[in-house]
Design a protein around this ligand. Structure first.
Ligand code: GLU
Length: 486
């Protein structure tokens, strides 16, 4: 095993956002590719914004995608894993305190007794200046005289420049004058995000921090803290955020911002993984877009992460989903659609596994999302009326009636009830009638399924069985007759 250690550090204040899933995926792929370890750490210090329900939603999202963590907190009955725990920041407060006190001892941080009112007044008077605490260079006697008065711990931002060599952004430089002496420990002893994230990354021996570029400005503070604490700096890679189809930041409220929305809409986790991989990474094989998880693990490199923001492209996602559906074994596909059919109240348990597999087989190449299996197969499980209106207008007229009468006779005398025999019999009928096969196919399809499109007609007729087919054609004839009488 290599020493690569990557992490995803979400704040569980919502569901698993597609952007967080993307960040997790890149870390996970990089860890797997290099034989390293992927860690889940919950940044749950903000008790008010943390809700166990969100922790659950987030972890469930990772599980559904198949992004398993090698180290991380207890979840769903699986105990905490890993030697660098605990993996929830809320349980690591003492560690942050200890490191903040060390910085205090070493003169790299100081106690600031300024009240909120004083700071607010400063900011109001001098909105463009950085806040300089009068306690930065206060005499030790003056500090001692304050005793236990409430104080924050502020980091003493050093003079000079901070430089980061980011894998994606290249060299980034900041003039430290742009930064206040930022608080690292609040008066109540709680750490500020910047301290917690650095202490955790350092103590958990994180080697690579791949995260959204909304954290790039924070990175300056993180580099300063790493240097002050004397820990080796991880390799940073700040990747761009995902934009919506209009080029705006992907809103949390948008349907689909939650990874599990896609599950509910009938998308495969394999397709979502493939799609989000492409939202900021390109293969060295030009124009290649389809990847399985194993292929991504083989091909993924940090060097091919892109610098520009990707736009969400629903068409591409749908295409990929269709491709991943086609790639499943028919049994796997069948097992994924059965719960969807059951949820519709269709009695799939009354059918044999062989029959269900055949149904799966004739639909697998047709649907872009799993949920569309319902409209492709509902006629197997429930009556076909009402017929599709446009179909009735087009196919249930005088000609259609004559066709269906002829087909009824042919079907009634067919005993070898297979798609091939049915096809040949209807073809022979078309030849006798001096018409094309399609002319017959349309009214038969409408009679058997109530629809104008669907799986292959002779295949579905075979699966419906002779009795049902004859009944449905008779029903359609009665329906047309009633129409004619109107
Ligand atoms: N908790 C931060 C977030 O959810 C992540 C911080 C980091 O990756 O360094 O955006």
């Amino acid at each position: 095993m290599s020493n690569t250690r990557c992490r995803i550090a979400p704040s569980p204040s919502g569901f698993l956002h597609i952007g967080t899933a993307k960040t997790a995926l890149y870390n996970w792929l990089f860890a797997k590719k290099t034989g390293g370890v992927f860690i889940l750490r919950l940044e749950d210090t903000d008790a008010e914004r943390t809700d166990e329900q969100y922790v659950h939603g987030m972890c469930e999202g990772f599980r559904w995608l198949g992004i398993e963590w090698d180290e991380g907190p207890e979840f769903g009955g699986v105990p905490e894993k890993g030697a660098y725990g605990p993996y929830r920041q809320s349980q690591r407060r003492e560690l942050y305190r200890a490191e903040a006190l060390r910085l205090l001892d070493e003169g790299k941080a100081y106690k600031c007794f300024c009240t909120k009112e004083e700071i607010d007044a400063f900011r109001k008077d001098r909105p463009h200046d950085r806040f300089m605490s009068p306690w930065r260079d206060a005499a030790p006697s003056k500090v001692a005289a304050m005793g236990d008065a409430p104080s924050a711990v502020r980091f003493k931002v050093p003079e000079g420049e901070t430089v980061l060599h980011d894998v994606i952004q290249g060299e980034v430089r900041w003039n430290n004058r742009e930064y206040d002496d930022f608080v690292i420990l609040k008066p109540n002893g709680d750490p500020i995000f910047h301290l917690a994230v650095v202490v955790d990354d350092a103590h958990m021996k994180i080697t690579h921090v791949i995260r959204g570029d909304d954290h790039l400005t924070n990175a300056a503070r993180h580099v300063m803290l790493f240097e002050a604490l004397g820990f080796p700096l991880p390799q940073y890679a700040h990747h761009p955020l995902v934009h919506d189809e209009q080029g705006r930041k992907l809103s949390k409220r948008m349907h689909g911002a939650n990874v599990l929305d896609w599950r509910d809409d009938g998308y495969l986790p394999e397709a979502i993984i493939n799609y989000i991989a492409l939202l900021g990474w390109t293969s060295e094989e030009e124009n290649r877009e389809f990847f399985t998880l194993d292929e991504l693990k083989d091909h993924f490199t940090l060097e091919r992460l892109t610098k520009s923001a990707a736009r969400f492209d629903r068409k591409k996602l749908d295409w990929l989903n269709g491709q991943h559906i086609r790639r499943l074994s028919v049994e796997d596909f069948r097992d994924r659609i059965l719960p969807i059919l059951e949820a519709q109240g269709f009695d799939v348990r009354a059918r044999t596994p062989e029959w269900l597999t055949r149904v799966a087989e004739i639909c697998q190449g047709k649907i872009p999302t799993l949920n569309q299996i319902v409209q492709q197969t509902d006629f197997f499980f429930r009556p076909v009326t009402p017929y599709e209106e446009a179909g009735v207008k087009k196919h249930f007229h005088m000609d259609g009636r004559l066709c269906l009468e002829a087909v009824l006779g042919v079907f009634a005398s067919t005993d070898d009830w297979t798609s091939k025999t049915l096809h040949d019999a209807v073809q022979a009928l078309a030849d006798r009638m001096g018409t094309g096969l399609r002319k017959l196919v349309h009214p038969i399809r409408l009679a058997l399924t109530g629809k104008t499109v669907g799986p292959g007609l002779f295949e579905l007729a075979e699966l419906l069985g002779k009795k049902t087919c004859l009944e449905r054609i008779e029903d359609a004839l009665a329906y047309i007759a009633a129409l004619d009488e109107l």
